[in-house]
Design a protein around this ligand. Structure first.
Ligand code: 9MR
Length: 376
């Protein structure tokens, strides 16, 4: 556990300091203070990355190297990518990313072992008919064993969905076939291969004061409670943090009490997929960036006070490659209405730290002012 008092004073110190290495490393406009970098451990910063883009876009590659201590494979580690056909494992891109990270002293965050949306079709059919845990088990063991240096794994991704069951578990093939035990079984399978990797459950939709998110927080905490009480190997919680200004602004009070419960279970937290969906594209770029950065700060103000936060990862680094673009229909509607005021690429959401030209935006300042981003 990190000492809270020290953490708080470190953050205050960092936010008042002109030296923010995350900015300095990339722009090289001023050097990192080596004493500061060595003596003050910041919260590690990472981004979701894609192997193919590292090869095709040198600017993207350099930006990752300049800013990130940790990379999350955005798609490469998912089951439907690795084993498209049963028994034919394709580790090419996953290895490529892992080797890139290793060669540059960057850590890989393991995402994700069990997710209803990354199940290969053959596995779905197989589970439906054979109802055998062994194929899930084999996949988990294979990944954790092959990438054995990985310290953090999202073992189960997005197990909660409200409105279906009293326990809030998401209806899925895993739940259908194996019952609610599947979460524990997945964690145990990962633990059986690695005694040291930290095992997480990763979840979204936990930040706003909306009835549905209140329910999600409640059911998620109940799940964590059940797992901890039955001694299942669970070490931490991944908070995806896909912030969304269309929902209003994050609720510090709700997040605060939610995190308190997580701390009581003895779990650490990891912000795993931070980004911001904008509510409106009508304003100037500066106004939009300001709103995005303010939302990030409101969120980080609460989560960075958590006594044991292991890292902050954004879901992508640059708006050049963001999963948050608008659909062609939305873009067309905006243009038709004459509302695309900023003149920049229609379809663009400005919800990541760097813009399409790899220039840092206010988002990045929200990170550094919370002590996030010192390369370690
Ligand atoms: O951003 C990812 C997108 O490129 C992939 O097509 C998709 C399916 O593999 O997954 C997206 O990432 C998701 C992440 O794995 C889990 N949380 C939600 C993310 C956005 O959908």
């Amino acid at each position: 556990m990190v000492n809270t008092t020290l953490e708080l004073s470190r953050r205050r110190f960092l936010s008042s300091s002109a030296t923010t290495s995350l900015l300095a490393v990339a722009s090289l406009s001023y050097p990192i203070d080596p004493i500061l970098a060595k003596t003050i451990k910041g919260i590690q910063f990472g981004a979701a990355a894609r192997a193919s883009l590292i090869v095709s876009d040198p600017q993207y590659r350099d930006a990752l190297l300049g800013y990130c201590s940790r990379l999350t494979p955005e798609i490469e580690f998912k089951w439907d990518r690795i084993e498209q056909e049963q028994g034919q494992f394709m580790f090419g891109e996953a290895d490529q990313l892992a080797n890139f990270a290793r060669d540059h002293g960057i850590e890989i965050y393991g995402h994700t072992l069990l997710w209803h949306r990354s199940l290969p079709p053959w596995a779905y059919e197989n589970l439906k008919v054979e109802r055998e845990w062994s194929i899930v088990d084999r996949y988990i063991r294979q990944m954790v064993g092959r990438y054995d240096g990985i310290r953090y794994w999202d073992v189960v991704n997005e197990p909660i969905e409200t409105g279906y069951r009293t326990d809030g578990l998401r209806p899925s093939i895993f739940l259908d076939v194996f019952g609610d035990e599947y979460v524990a079984s997945a964690l145990q399978a990962a633990r059986s291969v690695s005694s040291s990797a930290k095992l997480l459950i990763n979840e979204y939709g936990l930040e706003y004061d909306l009835a549905v998110e209140h329910d999600r927080r409640y059911h998620f905490l109940k799940l964590l409670e059940r797992l901890k009480h039955s001694g299942v190997p669970l070490d931490g919680v991944g908070l995806q943090a896909h912030l969304d200004l269309r929902k209003g602004t994050v609720s510090p009070a709700s997040i605060g009490s939610f995190l308190k419960e997580i701390a009581n279970f003895g779990l650490f937290i990891f912000v795993t997929e931070l980004d911001v969906t904008e509510a409106s594209y009508f304003q100037t770029v500066d106004e939009r960036d300001e709103q995005v950065a303010a939302e990030v700060s409101r969120y980080l103000d609460v989560v960075c006070d958590f006594p044991d936060i292991r890292g902050v990862t954004t879901w992508g680094l640059t708006d050049r490659y963001s999963w948050l673009g608008l659909s062609p229909e939305e873009v067309e509607a905006y243009i038709r209405l004459g509302y695309w005021r900023d003149g920049s690429s229609p379809g663009l959401n400005r919800g990541l730290p760097l813009d399409t030209d790899m220039r840092p935006k206010q988002f990045l300042r929200s990170l550094t002012s919370h002590g996030i981003g010192e390369k370690q």
